[in-house]
Structures are given as structure tokens and as C-alpha cells.
Design a protein around this ligand. Structure first.
Ligand code: NAD
Length: 358
């Protein structure tokens, strides 16, 4: 398969490959769309087995960022960077300075931030070579850790979904959370405060114990979370949690959580719809984090301090968008992920047309 035939290519504006001999940097920066503004999306460092696998991931992730940013109504397009390498052994300041030069070479069409395998400390090195870095700490425009804002959006999205699907508030509702890392732990705290009962799991025993101690959650083994007697299933670990093996085990009537790519494939989304399960599309409900990062980009562009009130306005608007997705799914009798994809594509096309006409 060539680049242009890849199903994930879907109209990418630019795909850039960079190699730096001195530091060993091998990276790909994919820019899916700049129709709504400069592309924004994190940088992932992963030991991809082949360059083709890295390319496929970059394309898939950057297109997903276009959709996520459009649904969060941000003046940002979608892009993503992947660095090929093992983040445990191959990270050096020189590698990230070289990555910063790569970002700079894209000429402001792409803003980077952290993702799997890349920390704010790494990005401080990238910042020496480019200004197009967000998601940092220690300066007036900095937005810090996005996880609490991501969790707040998911919390509100769960409350909205439960109200619509079960006609009740969160008091006494049981939520099964898969993964209590950054997002899952904040989410557990908020749900507990709202009176929800929790069933939690994680492969990290320490994280699990801490959240259980704080919230009184029932703990189950990782492979048993799908069987939990729960009203809501909140995937907050890795992608693909809802798949052909787990769909028949999940008893919850609402699936709403923080993980990216929760559905193993689009057919699973259709199967959920046919089973009467309300699925809150992942890239809509988890958009709080990128809204927070966008707040930093906005502040840097205007040479202003980070403004939490702007983030709150956008987050509230995101919940209206989720409500609209659920309304349309009901009215048009279609799965929520199909409605969300269509809305995101329409928002991007409309921006592209306006840009072309200007
Ligand atoms: P994290 O790494 O802090 O947390 C993930 C947790 O899942 C970890 O504690 C890990 O041990 C656990 N886990 C991994 N495999 C598991 C398994 N098989 N069963 C149970 N637990 C397992 O990551 P995070 O920042 O909390 O992000 C969680 C998810 O949300 C990811 O999919 C991420 O892409 C997505 N997301 C995060 C943000 C954000 O602001 N951090 C924003 C949008 C989307």
C-alpha cells in the first residue's frame, strides 16, 4: 500500500518525514487539515516496528485530531507527530531539540504537545528550537496538565448521558471505570463526590489502591471490569476496549469515558446502537484536554496569560455539542459515532470552503 492509498490518508494536506543523524531523530509530522486554523495534536514516541506502522499511526491520529478539534469548536486543524524509538532508552535533550527543529520546519502549520511517551520536560527541549509547543508549565500562558479538564468534560458528559438514557442524576448510579491513571483518577473523585458508586480496575496496583482508598470504590481484576454490574462503563485506559469479545459482556446502558478510539471498529458502534446502548463518542466527550491546550496556544498567540474562563466557556459549549450529537442520533435513528463523524467532516469542509472563498 502506498501513502495515498492508505485508508487513513483521507485528504491529508501534508506529511513530513524528518531524520537527524546526530541525535538519531526519526519522526513523521502529519498535518491532516489547517482549514479551521493551524493543526494541533500531540507528539507520540513509540518503538514502531516499521516506518509504515509509524506512518499509519500518524495519519490515523492526525485525522482524529481534526475531528476532535472541530467538535470542540476550536480554531485549530488536526495534526500529529510520531517519533520512532523507545521512550525509556532513547530520549535525549538533543533528540527533542531536533524534534523542535522539525516542528519549526513545518512553518507554524503544526503545534505540538505531549502524548504517549513524551513529557512536558521533553518538550521544554523542543521549545528551544520552536515556539510551536503547547501543554507546558512555568510561563504565564502555560496550561499545565490537561487531565483535570479532560476529566471534568467526561464527568459532565456522563451526567448528561445518564440523564438522557436513564432519566436520573448521578446519585446512586454505578460507574465502572477501566483505568485510573491521570484522567480516570480525577473522574473517580468527581463521580464519588456526586454520589455515584464506583467499580474500578487498573493494571497498576498502586494507582488502584489510592483511588479505592479515596473513593471507597469496589476493585476488580482488569479482565473482569467488562462484567461489572454497572449503569455506565467508562473506558479510561487504552483504545479498543469495546470490541467483539467485550460488547456482549458490558451490561451498562451508557458507555462514556476518556480513552481515545474506544470502539475497536465502526461496526461495534452500530452494534451498540442496535443493543440500545448510548455511546458518547470518545473524541467529543474527551475534548476538554485539547481545549485546555488550545487555551495555551491562544494565550501565546496573543501574548496574554492563560485564561481559565475561556476554557470553561469552550467546555460548556462542548457539552451542548454532545447533546446535539445525541439529539441527532435519536431523531435520525443512527449510531452516535456516525453522527459525530458527519458533523466533524461538515465543520471542516465548511471552514475549507470559507478559507478558499476569502
Ligand atoms: P494514563 O497513562 O495516566 O492512565 C491510563 C491508565 O490505564 C494507567 O493507570 C494504566 O495502568 C491503565 N491501564 C492500561 N492498560 C490497562 C488495562 N488493560 N486494564 C486496566 N487498566 C489499564 O493516561 P491518561 O492520561 O489518564 O489517559 C487515559 C486515556 O484517555 C488514554 O486513552 C488517553 O489517550 C486518553 N485521553 C487523555 C487525555 C488527557 O488529558 N490526559 C485527553 C484525551 C484523551
Amino acid at each position: 500500500m502506498t501513502l495515498f492509498d492508505s485508508p487513513a490518508f483521507e485528504g491529508h494536506e501534508g506529511v513530513h518525514a524528518f531524520f537527524d543523524e546526530k541525535s538519531g531523530l526519526k519522526c513523521i509530522i502529519a498535518v491532516h487539515s489547517t482549514a479551521r486554523g493551524p493543526a494541533a495534536g500531540g507528539c507520540r514516541m513509540w518503538p514502531f516496528p516499521t516506518a509504515a506502522a509509524a506512518l499509519e499511526d500518524a495519519l490515523r491520529l492526525s485525522r482524529a485530531m481534526s475531528y476532535k478539534n472541530a467538535m470542540a469548536d476550536l480554531e485549530l486543524g488536526g495534526g500529529k507527530a510520531v517519533i520512532i524509538g523507545d521512550s525509556r532508552t532513547m530520549k535525549t535533550p538533543a533528540l527533542f531539540e531536533a524534534f523542535g527543529r522539525a516542528v519549526e520546519d513545518v512553518g507554524g502549520k503544526y503545534w505540538t504537545a505531549e502524548d504517549v511517551g513524551v513529557s512536558p520536560a521533553d518538550l521544554m527541549h523542543a521549545r528551544k528550537s520552536t515556539r510551536y509547543v503547547a501543554g507546558l508549565t512555568g510561563h504565564a500562558a502555560a496550561s499545565g496538565d490537561p487531565s483535570p479538564v479532560t476529566a471534568e468534560g467526561i464527568f459532565r458528559g456522563i451526567a448528561l448521558s445518564v440523564r438522557r438514557q436513564l432519566n436520573r442524576d448521578l446519585d446512586g448510579v454505578t460507574v465502572a471505570i477501566q483505568g485510573v491513571g491521570h484522567v480516570g483518577a480525577y473522574l473517580a473523585e468527581k463521580l464519588h463526590a456526586a454520589g455515584a458508586k464506583l467499580v474500578i480496575t487498573d493494571v497498576n496496583e498502586e494507582a488502584l489502591r489510592q483511588v479505592a482508598d479515596q473513593t471507597g470504590a469496589k476493585v476488580v481484576a482488569p479482565n473482569l471490569i467488562f462484567d461489572a454490574e454497572a449503569d455506565v462503563f467508562a473506558p479510561c485506559a487504552l483504545g479498543g476496549a469495546v470490541n467483539a469479545d467485550t460488547i456482549h459482556r458490558i451490561k451498562a446502558k451508557v458507555i462514556a469515558g476518556g480513552a481515545n478510539n474506544q470502539l475497536a471498529d465502526p461496526e461495534i458502534g452500530r452494534a451498540l446502537y442496535e443493543r440500545g446502548v448510548l455511546y458518547a463518542p470518545d473524541y467529543v466527550i474527551n475534548g476538554g484536554g485539547i481545549i485546555n491546550v488550545a487555551g495555551e496556544i491562544r494565550a501565546l498567540d496573543r501574548d496574554e496569560a492563560f485564561d481559565p474562563a475561556w476554557v470553561e466557556t469552550k467546555l460548556a459549549h462542548l457539552m451542548e455539542t454532545l447533546d446535539e450529537v445525541l439529539d441527532r442520533s435519536k431523531a435520525e435513528r443512527r449510531p452516535t459515532h456516525e453522527v459525530a463523524n458527519e458533523m466533524a467532516k461538515a465543520r471542516i469542509s465548511q471552514a475549507a470552503e470559507q478559507k478558499a472563498a476569502a
